[in-house]
Write a protein that binds this ligand. Sequence first.
Ligand SMILES: Cc1cc2nc3c(=O)[nH]c(=O)nc-3n(C[C@H](O)[C@H](O)[C@H](O)COP(=O)(O)OP(=O)(O)OC[C@H]3O[C@@H](n4cnc5c(N)ncnc54)[C@H](O)[C@@H]3O)c2cc1C
Length: 409
Amino acid sequence: MKANEESAFRAEVAQWLAENLAGEFACLKHRGGPGDEEAFPELRKAWERRLAEGGWTGLGWPRAHGGRELPVMQQVIFHEEYARAGGPGRMGHIGEGLIGPTLIAFGTEDQKARLLPGIRNGTTFWCQGYSEPGAGSDLANVRTRAVRDAASGDWLVSGQKVWTSLAHDSDWIFVLARCEPGSRGSKGLIFLMLPLDQPGIEIRPIRQMGGGAEFNEVFFDGARAAAADVLGEPGDGWRIAMALLGFERGISTLGQQMQFTHELEWVAQAARDNGSSRDALVRQRIARAWAGLRVMRANALRMLAGAAQAGQDGRDADLALQREALIYKYYWSNWHRDLGQLALDVLGPLANVLDAGEGGEGGDVRRTRLQQMALFSRADTIYAGTNEIQLNIIAERGLGMPREARGQS
Ligand SMILES: Cc1cc2nc3c(=O)[nH]c(=O)nc-3n(C[C@H](O)[C@H](O)[C@H](O)COP(=O)(O)OP(=O)(O)OC[C@H]3O[C@@H](n4cnc5c(N)ncnc54)[C@H](O)[C@@H]3O)c2cc1C
C-alpha cells in the first residue's frame, strides 16, 4: 500500500472518529477497557453498533463473512487512530477478535450464518469460559463435563468456570469441557458455544482490588448447548481452543500501545505538575519507559509484517509461531506493570486517595485513570499466559531448551 493511500485512510478514520465519538458518545473517551470495564456498558454496546454501521468492525474478516478484508497496515492504522482519539475499550473484542476468527476458520456454514452477523453488527457479545479453579496455566486439566442428551442430541454442561471477563455483560459463552469420561489432559475435550440466558447457568461477580467486578465465576448445572453449537468435532476441542488463543496477539496490539502512550504522557504530566520531575530517578524511569514503548512498537511492527508476509506467501499467518511474537506478551505486560508502579511513585501520597468525583465532573480524571491502571496492571502478567508460562515458552520454543515436565497433558 502506498504511503499517500495510508495517510488518506488515516485521515478518513480520524475524521469519522472525530464526528462520531461526540454527542452522546463523548463521555466514552478514554473509558472502558481493563480496569474500567464497568464504565457505561450499555452506551459502549451502542457504540459498537455505531462502529458497525460505520463499517469499522470485522476489518480483517473475509468479505464473504461480512468483513472488509483490509490489509494488515490499514487495520493497524485503524487501531492506532482509534486509541489516539481516546476510543472506548471495546465491548465486542472477544467476539470480533477471538470467537469470530475461530468460527470463520472452523465453523460450519450454518454456524457462520447464525453467529457471525451478531458479532459484526455489535448486537451479540461473547465471553471466554476456559479457566477453572483447577485449570489455569494447566488448562488441559479442565473438569467441566459435557454429556450428550440422547433424546435431543444437545450437550448438557455441568461444572465451574472462573475469571470469566464480562460474562455479566455477554450473551454467549464458549467453553472447553470434557466430553469423554475418564479422559485426561488435552484428549477428550469439546468446544461448545452456549447462550448465557438459560436455566442452569449462574454468573457470580468477583470483586477486584480496584473496586470493580469485571470478571466472574460461572456455574453450569445441566446448561444446554445445542448439537449444532459444537465447534469442531467432539473430542477435538483442544485443537480449536488453542487455535483461538493464536488469534489473541493480533493487530489491536498497536492500538493498545497508543493507549500506553496516553498513560505515559499522563504520568509525565503528573510529574511536571507536582514537581517530582525534578527527581533525577523519576526522570530516568520516565525516559526508560518511553524507550521501552519504542522497542515494543518496533517489535510489534516486525511481528505483524512477518504475519502479513506469511499470509502473502500462502503460509498460515500463525503469529504464535514467530519468535518476535513469543517475546511480545512478556515484554508489554512487564513494561505496563512497571508503568503502574511509576505512576504510583509519581503521584506520591495522592496515589492512595480516591478522587471524590471518581473522575467525573470536577474530579481528577487523570489521577483516577492512573490509579485504575496501576491496580489493574498487576493482572497483566497473569492473564493470557503468566510471566512464568511465557518464559517457559520462550525457553522451549524460542531457544530450543528441554521441555518442562507437563502434568497430565
Ligand atoms: C484480568 C483477568 C482476566 C481474565 N479473563 C479470563 C477470561 O475471560 N476467561 C478465562 O477463561 N480466563 C480468564 N482469566 C484467567 C487466566 O487465564 C488465568 O488467571 C491464567 O491462565 C493463570 O491461571 P491461574 O490463575 O489458575 O494461575 P495458576 O495457573 O494456578 O498459576 C499460579 C502461579 O503458578 C505459576 N505456574 C503455573 N504453572 C507453571 C509452570 N508450569 N511453570 C512455572 N510456573 C508456573 C504461574 O505463573 C503463577 O505464578 C483472566 C485472568 C485475569 C487476571
